[in-house]
Design a protein around this ligand. Structure first.
Ligand SMILES: [Zn+2]
Length: 257
């Protein structure tokens, strides 16, 4: 079972990541303090939910995963391919990729349909956490995340283990033709297999896009959760399926010191 129950929390875990070296989890919306439409484990600010409650939710998640709340390192996510090297002291930056080799830090990001990307290099003992929707993919978030590990910690992409978390699936994700045009322009025509037509409209396969871009960047080991956020609303927040009136779920990644 990819899900682990810790008290009231239900946490998705990848098979590829051993708990001896990494603490990680993609935390479902169950077991928090927020009321509808953020019910209940919302970690997103600026959505109308109480900031105090969001803080309580985040604290509960860190307790469940056994990480100190002071280790939390997050960013202001802006649908970009900007990366930031997480180091102490904490500073909040605008970015969608975080990398670190410091076991005292827990990388933390928020999602509702975009793809959570986790990277681990066992040789360099370095990690990356990223957030990729279509805008981030146009800017090649997967490759920039790999390059961030390469340039900062000397990682060899062939050593990197990648994992893709729950996100909106291709059946549930219609996009406009302008999105398709931007993707093809930025990433080349071999993206065609990642765009499917349903009822005459293009739909985007975010997982396939991430896999393709990770492969191109030299990563061979990729695990995908293959869980759709939009059709599993008991577990996940979905910006699309809930028409923007929803919360954000958390992904955490930290090295065990
Ligand atoms: Zn779906």
């Amino acid at each position: 079972m990819p899900f682990r129950q810790v008290g009231d929390l239900r946490i998705f875990e990848f098979k590829s990541f051993s708990s001896e070296v990494l603490t990680h989890g993609i935390v479902t919306r169950n077991g928090g303090f927020s009321s509808s439409p953020w019910n209940s484990l919302n970690v997103g600010g600026g959505l109308g939910d109480s900031e105090k409650i969001v803080e309580k939710n985040i604290r509960r998640i860190f307790d469940a995963l056994g990480r100190a709340i002071v280790s939390k390192y997050d960013v202001w996510q802006i649908h970009s391919a900007r990366f930031h090297v997480a180091e102490l002291p904490y500073e909040q930056h605008r970015a969608d990729i975080l990398v670190t080799d410091n076991p005292e830090l827990t990388l933390f990001m928020r999602y509702a349909d975009c793809v959570p990307i986790m990277l681990y290099d066992p040789q360099a003992q370095a990690i990356a956490l990223a957030h990729a929707g279509w805008r981030g993919i146009v800017e090649n978030v997967p490759a920039v995340a790999v390059q961030a590990l390469t340039s900062t910690y000397g990682s060899n992409p062939a050593n990197i283990i990648a994992a893709l978390g729950p996100a909106i699936c291709k059946e549930c994700y219609p996009v406009g033709v302008e999105v398709v045009d931007q993707l093809k322009q930025a990433l080349g025509s071999d993206t065609t297999h990642t765009i499917v037509r349903r009822n005459g409209n293009p739909h985007l396969d975010l997982w396939s896009l991430c896999e393709m871009l990770l492969h191109r960047a030299g990563v061979n080991s990729i695990e995908s959760a293959s869980i759709c956020t939009a059709t599993n609303l008991d577990d996940w927040f979905s910006h699309r399926a809930e028409k923007g009136k929803t919360g954000r779920f958390a992904a955490l990644l930290g090295l065990v010191g």
